[in-house]
Design a protein around this ligand. Sequence first.
Ligand SMILES: NC(=O)c1ccc[n+]([C@@H]2O[C@H](COP(=O)([O-])OP(=O)(O)OC[C@H]3O[C@@H](n4cnc5c(N)ncnc54)[C@H](O)[C@@H]3O)[C@@H](O)[C@H]2O)c1
Length: 277
Amino acid sequence: MKLKDKNILITGGASGIGKIMARIALQKGANCVAIWDISEKNIADTLTEHQSYGKIKAYKVDVSSSQMVEDTYRQVVGELGQVDIVIQCAGIVTSNNTFNNNTVDEIDRTMKINAIAPMYVGLCALKDMVARDNGHLVTITSAAGMLSMPKMSIYSASKWCAIGWSDSVRLELQRMKSHVRITTVAPYFINTGMFDGVRSKVFPILDPEKTAAKIIKSIERNKTFAGIPFSFHFIRLMEGILPQALFDWFYGDVFGIYNVMDGFTGRKSLTPQPPLP
Ligand SMILES: NC(=O)c1ccc[n+]([C@@H]2O[C@H](COP(=O)([O-])OP(=O)(O)OC[C@H]3O[C@@H](n4cnc5c(N)ncnc54)[C@H](O)[C@@H]3O)[C@@H](O)[C@H]2O)c1
Protein backbone atom coordinates (compact mmCIF):
# COMPACT_ATOMS: atom_id res chain seq x y z
CA MET A 1 0.00 0.00 0.00
CA LYS A 2 1.29 3.45 -0.91
CA LEU A 3 1.85 5.80 2.03
CA LYS A 4 0.71 9.07 0.48
CA ASP A 5 -2.35 10.57 2.22
CA LYS A 6 -2.59 7.58 4.58
CA ASN A 7 -2.95 7.52 8.36
CA ILE A 8 -0.13 5.37 9.68
CA LEU A 9 0.30 3.99 13.18
CA ILE A 10 3.76 2.84 14.25
CA THR A 11 4.29 1.04 17.57
CA GLY A 12 7.77 1.51 19.01
CA GLY A 13 7.87 4.57 16.77
CA ALA A 14 10.08 6.67 19.05
CA SER A 15 13.35 4.79 18.46
CA GLY A 16 15.32 2.77 15.93
CA ILE A 17 13.72 1.68 12.68
CA GLY A 18 10.22 2.69 13.86
CA LYS A 19 11.36 6.27 14.30
CA ILE A 20 13.08 6.28 10.90
CA MET A 21 10.00 4.81 9.20
CA ALA A 22 7.87 7.52 10.82
CA ARG A 23 10.07 10.14 9.17
CA ILE A 24 10.07 8.36 5.79
CA ALA A 25 6.27 8.04 5.92
CA LEU A 26 5.93 11.79 6.49
CA GLN A 27 8.43 12.50 3.70
CA LYS A 28 6.31 10.32 1.40
CA GLY A 29 3.25 12.44 2.12
CA ALA A 30 1.39 10.45 4.77
CA ASN A 31 -1.64 12.36 6.05
CA CYS A 32 -0.66 11.68 9.66
CA VAL A 33 1.76 9.41 11.48
CA ALA A 34 0.75 8.31 14.97
CA ILE A 35 3.56 6.88 17.05
CA TRP A 36 3.03 4.70 20.09
CA ASP A 37 5.84 4.19 22.54
CA ILE A 38 6.48 3.56 26.21
CA SER A 39 9.42 5.97 26.50
CA GLU A 40 8.33 9.54 27.23
CA LYS A 41 11.77 10.95 26.52
CA ASN A 42 12.04 9.24 23.14
CA ILE A 43 8.52 10.39 22.27
CA ALA A 44 9.42 14.01 23.08
CA ASP A 45 12.64 13.81 21.04
CA THR A 46 10.84 12.23 18.07
CA LEU A 47 8.11 14.87 18.05
CA THR A 48 10.73 17.63 18.09
CA GLU A 49 12.81 16.03 15.33
CA HIS A 50 9.95 14.97 13.04
CA GLN A 51 7.38 17.74 13.29
CA SER A 52 8.87 19.70 10.39
CA TYR A 53 8.21 16.73 8.05
CA GLY A 54 4.44 16.69 8.51
CA LYS A 55 1.61 15.85 10.88
CA ILE A 56 2.77 13.57 13.68
CA LYS A 57 0.99 12.61 16.87
CA ALA A 58 2.35 10.60 19.77
CA TYR A 59 0.73 8.42 22.41
CA LYS A 60 2.36 6.90 25.46
CA VAL A 61 1.26 3.28 25.32
CA ASP A 62 2.47 0.06 26.86
CA VAL A 63 1.58 -2.36 24.06
CA SER A 64 1.61 -5.30 26.46
CA SER A 65 -1.55 -3.94 28.10
CA SER A 66 -4.58 -5.07 26.07
CA GLN A 67 -6.76 -2.42 27.73
CA MET A 68 -4.33 0.39 26.94
CA VAL A 69 -3.99 -0.85 23.36
CA GLU A 70 -7.75 -0.97 22.86
CA ASP A 71 -8.39 2.42 24.49
CA THR A 72 -5.61 4.17 22.62
CA TYR A 73 -6.55 2.59 19.30
CA ARG A 74 -10.09 3.99 19.73
CA GLN A 75 -8.58 7.36 20.65
CA VAL A 76 -6.43 7.37 17.50
CA VAL A 77 -9.42 6.47 15.29
CA GLY A 78 -11.45 9.20 17.01
CA GLU A 79 -8.76 11.79 16.39
CA LEU A 80 -7.51 10.78 12.93
CA GLY A 81 -10.30 8.78 11.36
CA GLN A 82 -9.43 5.33 10.03
CA VAL A 83 -5.94 3.91 10.40
CA ASP A 84 -4.76 2.71 6.98
CA ILE A 85 -1.41 1.16 7.85
CA VAL A 86 -0.16 -0.26 11.15
CA ILE A 87 3.55 -1.00 11.52
CA GLN A 88 4.40 -3.01 14.63
CA CYS A 89 7.95 -2.24 15.75
CA ALA A 90 7.76 -2.24 19.55
CA GLY A 91 10.08 -4.91 20.86
CA ILE A 92 12.62 -5.74 23.53
CA VAL A 93 15.55 -8.04 24.23
CA THR A 94 16.50 -8.48 27.87
CA SER A 95 19.91 -10.23 28.08
CA ASN A 96 22.30 -12.69 26.50
CA ASN A 97 21.84 -15.26 29.24
CA THR A 98 21.47 -18.94 28.44
CA PHE A 99 17.94 -20.10 29.21
CA ASN A 100 18.89 -21.78 32.52
CA ASN A 101 19.99 -18.33 33.72
CA ASN A 102 16.94 -16.44 32.45
CA THR A 103 14.21 -15.29 34.82
CA VAL A 104 10.43 -15.52 34.85
CA ASP A 105 10.34 -11.73 34.45
CA GLU A 106 12.42 -11.97 31.24
CA ILE A 107 10.09 -14.65 29.87
CA ASP A 108 6.96 -12.66 30.72
CA ARG A 109 8.17 -9.29 29.45
CA THR A 110 9.66 -10.61 26.22
CA MET A 111 6.68 -12.76 25.31
CA LYS A 112 4.15 -10.07 26.25
CA ILE A 113 5.82 -7.29 24.25
CA ASN A 114 7.22 -9.22 21.27
CA ALA A 115 4.69 -12.00 20.80
CA ILE A 116 1.37 -11.16 22.46
CA ALA A 117 1.24 -7.37 21.97
CA PRO A 118 1.30 -7.65 18.14
CA MET A 119 -1.88 -9.76 18.48
CA TYR A 120 -3.56 -7.16 20.74
CA VAL A 121 -2.73 -4.38 18.27
CA GLY A 122 -3.56 -6.63 15.32
CA LEU A 123 -6.97 -7.47 16.77
CA CYS A 124 -7.95 -3.79 17.05
CA ALA A 125 -6.59 -2.95 13.62
CA LEU A 126 -7.98 -5.94 11.76
CA LYS A 127 -11.52 -5.59 13.11
CA ASP A 128 -11.66 -2.17 11.41
CA MET A 129 -9.66 -3.14 8.34
CA VAL A 130 -11.61 -6.32 7.58
CA ALA A 131 -14.93 -4.47 8.04
CA ARG A 132 -13.99 -1.88 5.42
CA ASP A 133 -11.95 -4.40 3.35
CA ASN A 134 -8.93 -2.15 3.25
CA GLY A 135 -5.74 -1.65 5.24
CA HIS A 136 -2.24 -3.01 5.77
CA LEU A 137 -0.83 -4.64 8.90
CA VAL A 138 2.94 -4.92 9.10
CA THR A 139 4.76 -6.81 11.85
CA ILE A 140 8.50 -6.54 12.40
CA THR A 141 9.69 -9.92 13.63
CA SER A 142 13.30 -11.07 13.29
CA ALA A 143 15.60 -13.51 11.54
CA ALA A 144 15.83 -15.00 15.05
CA GLY A 145 12.26 -16.13 14.44
CA MET A 146 13.47 -18.39 11.62
CA LEU A 147 16.87 -19.41 12.95
CA SER A 148 17.45 -20.73 16.45
CA MET A 149 20.05 -18.60 18.23
CA PRO A 150 21.91 -19.43 21.46
CA LYS A 151 21.74 -16.86 24.28
CA MET A 152 18.52 -15.36 22.97
CA SER A 153 16.15 -18.28 23.27
CA ILE A 154 13.23 -16.27 24.70
CA TYR A 155 13.63 -13.51 22.11
CA SER A 156 13.89 -16.14 19.38
CA ALA A 157 10.75 -17.89 20.70
CA SER A 158 8.85 -14.59 20.79
CA LYS A 159 9.77 -13.75 17.20
CA TRP A 160 9.05 -17.32 16.02
CA CYS A 161 5.60 -16.81 17.52
CA ALA A 162 5.11 -13.42 15.83
CA ILE A 163 6.01 -14.87 12.41
CA GLY A 164 3.62 -17.79 12.83
CA TRP A 165 0.79 -15.52 13.93
CA SER A 166 1.29 -12.84 11.28
CA ASP A 167 1.62 -15.29 8.40
CA SER A 168 -1.38 -17.33 9.57
CA VAL A 169 -3.49 -14.16 9.54
CA ARG A 170 -2.27 -13.51 5.99
CA LEU A 171 -3.61 -16.92 4.95
CA GLU A 172 -6.94 -16.29 6.67
CA LEU A 173 -7.37 -12.98 4.82
CA GLN A 174 -6.35 -14.58 1.54
CA ARG A 175 -8.97 -17.29 1.98
CA MET A 176 -11.58 -14.61 2.77
CA LYS A 177 -10.55 -12.88 -0.49
CA SER A 178 -9.94 -9.79 1.64
CA HIS A 179 -8.08 -6.78 0.28
CA VAL A 180 -6.40 -6.22 3.67
CA ARG A 181 -2.66 -6.78 3.29
CA ILE A 182 -0.22 -8.41 5.70
CA THR A 183 3.54 -7.96 5.60
CA THR A 184 5.79 -9.97 7.93
CA VAL A 185 9.32 -8.59 8.15
CA ALA A 186 12.25 -10.65 9.45
CA PRO A 187 15.49 -8.65 9.56
CA TYR A 188 18.95 -9.73 10.70
CA PHE A 189 20.71 -7.57 13.32
CA ILE A 190 20.31 -3.83 12.73
CA ASN A 191 22.63 -1.18 14.13
CA THR A 192 20.01 0.69 16.19
CA GLY A 193 21.50 0.08 19.64
CA MET A 194 19.04 -2.61 20.64
CA PHE A 195 21.65 -5.30 20.01
CA ASP A 196 24.76 -3.29 20.86
CA GLY A 197 27.80 -5.51 21.30
CA VAL A 198 26.80 -8.30 18.91
CA ARG A 199 29.52 -9.31 16.50
CA SER A 200 28.61 -10.86 13.17
CA LYS A 201 31.36 -12.83 11.42
CA VAL A 202 29.99 -13.05 7.85
CA PHE A 203 26.67 -11.24 7.48
CA PRO A 204 27.04 -7.47 7.95
CA ILE A 205 24.98 -5.83 10.70
CA LEU A 206 22.25 -3.93 8.82
CA ASP A 207 22.15 -0.16 8.43
CA PRO A 208 19.00 1.24 10.16
CA GLU A 209 18.25 3.83 7.46
CA LYS A 210 18.56 1.32 4.58
CA THR A 211 16.60 -1.31 6.50
CA ALA A 212 13.77 1.11 7.24
CA ALA A 213 13.69 2.11 3.55
CA LYS A 214 13.55 -1.57 2.50
CA ILE A 215 10.64 -2.22 4.86
CA ILE A 216 8.75 0.79 3.48
CA LYS A 217 9.38 -0.50 -0.04
CA SER A 218 8.02 -3.92 0.97
CA ILE A 219 4.86 -2.24 2.26
CA GLU A 220 4.45 -0.21 -0.94
CA ARG A 221 4.87 -3.39 -3.00
CA ASN A 222 2.46 -5.40 -0.81
CA LYS A 223 5.15 -8.00 -0.08
CA THR A 224 3.78 -10.74 2.16
CA PHE A 225 7.15 -11.63 3.67
CA ALA A 226 10.41 -9.68 3.72
CA GLY A 227 13.53 -11.40 4.99
CA ILE A 228 16.39 -8.88 5.22
CA PRO A 229 18.91 -9.61 3.77
CA PHE A 230 17.14 -11.53 1.00
CA SER A 231 19.41 -14.57 1.45
CA PHE A 232 17.66 -15.22 4.77
CA HIS A 233 14.62 -16.41 2.80
CA PHE A 234 16.54 -19.64 2.25
CA ILE A 235 17.09 -20.48 5.94
CA ARG A 236 14.10 -22.81 6.12
CA LEU A 237 15.05 -24.48 2.84
CA MET A 238 18.58 -25.08 4.12
CA GLU A 239 17.30 -26.42 7.44
CA GLY A 240 14.95 -28.72 5.54
CA ILE A 241 17.55 -30.25 3.26
CA LEU A 242 20.72 -30.28 5.38
CA PRO A 243 21.30 -32.80 8.18
CA GLN A 244 21.07 -30.96 11.54
CA ALA A 245 24.81 -31.30 12.30
CA LEU A 246 25.75 -29.91 8.88
CA PHE A 247 23.26 -27.04 9.21
CA ASP A 248 24.62 -26.20 12.70
CA TRP A 249 28.20 -26.30 11.42
CA PHE A 250 27.33 -24.11 8.42
CA TYR A 251 25.35 -21.43 10.26
CA GLY A 252 27.10 -21.81 13.62
CA ASP A 253 30.78 -22.21 12.69
CA VAL A 254 31.14 -21.04 9.09
CA PHE A 255 28.76 -18.05 9.35
CA GLY A 256 29.45 -17.67 13.09
CA ILE A 257 25.82 -16.89 13.81
CA TYR A 258 25.62 -19.04 16.95
CA ASN A 259 28.24 -16.82 18.65
CA VAL A 260 26.85 -13.40 17.77
CA MET A 261 25.32 -12.84 21.22
CA ASP A 262 28.58 -13.49 23.13
CA GLY A 263 29.53 -9.79 23.22
CA PHE A 264 25.96 -8.46 23.60
CA THR A 265 25.60 -5.51 25.96
CA GLY A 266 22.33 -4.03 24.71
CA ARG A 267 21.59 -0.33 24.66
CA LYS A 268 23.12 1.09 27.82
CA SER A 269 21.31 4.41 27.58
CA LEU A 270 17.82 2.89 27.38
CA THR A 271 15.51 4.23 30.04
CA PRO A 272 14.88 1.30 32.39
CA GLN A 273 11.37 -0.07 31.91
CA PRO A 274 9.14 -0.81 34.88
CA PRO A 275 8.21 -4.46 35.39
CA LEU A 276 4.90 -5.38 33.80
CA PRO A 277 1.89 -6.02 36.02
N1 LIG B 1 17.84 -4.01 16.18
C1 LIG B 1 17.93 -5.23 15.68
O1 LIG B 1 19.01 -5.80 15.53
C2 LIG B 1 16.69 -5.97 15.24
C3 LIG B 1 16.82 -7.09 14.40
C4 LIG B 1 15.68 -7.76 14.01
C5 LIG B 1 14.43 -7.35 14.45
N2 LIG B 1 14.34 -6.28 15.28
C6 LIG B 1 13.03 -5.90 15.75
O2 LIG B 1 12.67 -4.67 15.15
C7 LIG B 1 11.87 -3.90 16.03
C8 LIG B 1 12.48 -2.53 16.20
O3 LIG B 1 13.80 -2.69 16.67
P1 LIG B 1 14.78 -1.45 16.92
O4 LIG B 1 16.15 -1.96 16.74
O5 LIG B 1 14.31 -0.29 16.15
O6 LIG B 1 14.54 -1.27 18.50
P2 LIG B 1 14.54 0.02 19.42
O7 LIG B 1 14.88 -0.47 20.79
O8 LIG B 1 15.38 1.10 18.85
O9 LIG B 1 13.02 0.47 19.36
C9 LIG B 1 12.01 -0.29 19.99
C10 LIG B 1 10.99 0.67 20.55
O10 LIG B 1 9.96 -0.10 21.19
C11 LIG B 1 9.58 0.62 22.35
N3 LIG B 1 8.95 -0.28 23.31
C12 LIG B 1 9.51 -1.25 24.06
N4 LIG B 1 8.63 -1.82 24.88
C13 LIG B 1 7.44 -1.20 24.62
C14 LIG B 1 6.13 -1.34 25.15
N5 LIG B 1 5.86 -2.23 26.11
N6 LIG B 1 5.14 -0.54 24.66
C15 LIG B 1 5.41 0.38 23.71
N7 LIG B 1 6.63 0.57 23.18
C16 LIG B 1 7.64 -0.21 23.64
C17 LIG B 1 10.88 1.17 22.91
O11 LIG B 1 10.66 2.25 23.82
C18 LIG B 1 11.56 1.61 21.62
O12 LIG B 1 11.24 2.95 21.32
C19 LIG B 1 11.78 -4.70 17.33
O13 LIG B 1 10.59 -5.42 17.35
C20 LIG B 1 12.96 -5.65 17.23
O14 LIG B 1 12.74 -6.82 17.98
C21 LIG B 1 15.43 -5.56 15.67
